[in-house]
Design a protein. Structure first.
Length: 271
């Protein structure tokens, strides 16, 4: 696998985490890969062969060639049909809401073709420009121009949502919404509504995903670290709480995760 990340232009770095590319040669024996929630929204362009996403054990759909993958809560499996070549934009949780008028909650747990968000004519031109670009540098220039133009058309995300997300990210998801809002708990209902509209999931769900990210990085990058210590460092109540949340978002236990072939792709994203 050849996975690379690239930093966005300074004008977009508060909204975009990174651009990434993934190339994997075609193989006779393809392995299903489990994708787990990471709290982000991604716009992806499939430049290689088609990719399957399994909806059940035996049934699958073919992912759109250009799409937005909204917030996901449940893990799912994908499988390449041949050569993998993907170019994608990874947005911060509050980032993508700045570029579209559609409610972000309608994008959750599924792929949405970009033509449904930007119109058929605009989407087709963008897709063709990305396909015809000579390299990643040119693709980044194309998408940044597109996004900067869109950004000027949209209002910024409500400050209460952004402040909450900034706090969740800086504290690795360990701060409660009550603590973020401090004495003004009356804002909680407003926050919940704005979150679902602009982010696609609740503040509590996002906090759990962010905290899991922190724990996953420790699990993968600090070999030999005990689950108890990982749970403590990630501010779970205890090891049982950590394992419960881990299973909720990945479908397996932390010990089963390590060395699991179906987790290879998810693992490289966190290492």
């Amino acid at each position: 696998m050849n996975y690379q990340t690239f930093q966005p232009h300074p004008d977009l770095e508060s909204l975009i985490s990174c651009y990434w590319t993934l190339e994997v040669p075609a193989a006779e024996d393809t392995q299903r890969q489990r994708i787990i929630p990471d709290g982000t929204i991604e716009m992806a362009f499939i430049l290689g062969d088609d990719i399957k996403r399994y909806t059940t054990e035996d049934n699958f759909i073919i992912q759109p060639r250009s799409m937005v993958l909204g917030q996901i809560i449940d893990p799912f499996y994908i499988e390449p049909t041949g050569y993998v070549n993907t170019f994608a934009i990874r947005f911060y949780p509050y980032g993508f809401a700045n570029f579209v008028t559609a409610p972000i909650k309608t994008l959750a747990n599924k792929e949405t073709p970009i033509e449904m968000l930007f119109g058929e004519k605009t989407a087709k031109k963008l897709e063709q420009d990305i396909i015809q670009a000579t390299d990643t540098k040119q693709r980044i220039e194309i998408i940044e121009l597109f996004l900067q133009n869109k950004l000027s058309e949209q209002i910024t995300v409500d400050n209460i949502v952004k402040t909450t997300i900034d706090t969740l990210l800086s504290t690795k998801g360990s701060t409660s919404i009550r603590d973020i809002l401090k004495k003004d708990v009356s804002k909680r209902r407003q926050l919940e509504r704005m979150f679902v509209k602009q982010i696609g999931i609740s503040p509590k769900q996002l906090g759990k995903v962010i905290r899991l990210q922190s724990a996953l990085k420790m699990l993968l990058n600090e070999e030999g670290e005990s689950l108890t210590n990982i749970a403590y460092e990630s501010e779970y109540y205890d090891q049982a709480h950590f394992i419960k949340d881990f299973k909720e978002f990945t479908g397996i236990s932390p010990k089963e995760f390590l060395g699991n072939e179906s987790m290879t792709l998810s693992s490289i994203f966190y290492k």
